[in-house]
Design a protein around this ligand. Sequence first.
Ligand SMILES: NC(=O)c1ccc[n+]([C@@H]2O[C@H](COP(=O)([O-])OP(=O)(O)OC[C@H]3O[C@@H](n4cnc5c(N)ncnc54)[C@H](OP(=O)(O)O)[C@@H]3O)[C@@H](O)[C@H]2O)c1
Length: 300
Amino acid sequence: MQNELITVMGATGNTGYEITKRLLAAGHRVRALGRSQDKLAELTAAGAETAAGDAADPTFLTEAFRGSAAVYTLLPIDVTWADYHAEVGVIGSAVVEAVRVAGIRHVVALSSLGAELPTGTGFLTSLHAQEQRWSALPEVNVLLLRPGLFFESFRAALGMIETEGINGDSVDPDVRIPMIATRDIAEAAATALATRDWHGIVVRELLGQRDLSYREATAILGAAMGRPALPYVQFDYDAMTHALIESGFSQNVASQHVAMTQAFNENRVVPLRGRTPDNTTPTRFEDFAAELFEAHRRPS
Ligand SMILES: NC(=O)c1ccc[n+]([C@@H]2O[C@H](COP(=O)([O-])OP(=O)(O)OC[C@H]3O[C@@H](n4cnc5c(N)ncnc54)[C@H](OP(=O)(O)O)[C@@H]3O)[C@@H](O)[C@H]2O)c1
């Protein structure tokens, strides 16, 4: 099976990069997809085939997927989109169409906790729509990975921590959320892409090492950064929307973020199956926080 091609969308991003590296290290033939050959150059040097193009283009994707024994797919986010669901829907449709036309039999699709909910979850509503698109392709074996909140989401807080001495968002400080390192998602995805040991449409939740509140996560970040008293401040929804717009988000994408945080606060984004050894993954937020701070301090 090692000679069979595995194609990875978003190979310069959080999950796709880690998946590509894992598959290459295990000796697989990998085609890494992104938007820019320059950004893909490191993966070319590591032994991947690469292809750069726009995921909204089904012709590009069909050619990029063709000949693959398995494909990893995701929906990218552009914070400047005027209408998030419309833009990402074009990409989601292109991905499913390309899988159909290229005759792919196994797909590992990145989704999210909460994707079972059709409305009221901001960004996650588009992942629900994408899961529905997959269910219209019964001949394809699709593993829907539903992780919790990425640890990497806290990268965006570093600027605020340094300039304002706080971490802030519109999430309730004490609501506990499954949070996960993207490397742990990559481990699950890479294993599935290589083994292709499921049939039909299968949902797999990935809950990280433990649930954490934003207050707890902020304290861990603060400890790693030598700021043990770093406070977490909950912004109201309007203030958070305005802060995101100030930082370059469109009004619409800012609203998606805030709607997702409201869904967290109302305990609507929760695992369907509860925590078990199978959906618990190893990386601790403490280890991530230490690495994040190290990487941030290192001159680029
Ligand atoms: N953040 C969370 O807590 C969380 C939780 C659950 C699920 N998710 C889901 O995870 C997904 C994001 O995954 P990720 O973090 O691994 O990705 P990511 O780090 O955001 O990277 C996105 C990748 O897609 C590429 N890309 C962006 N726009 C593209 C386009 N128009 N055409 C082709 N390629 C494009 C990027 O290339 P460049 O390098 O050129 O930009 C990059 O390789 C989203 O669907 C999100 O909803 C996120």
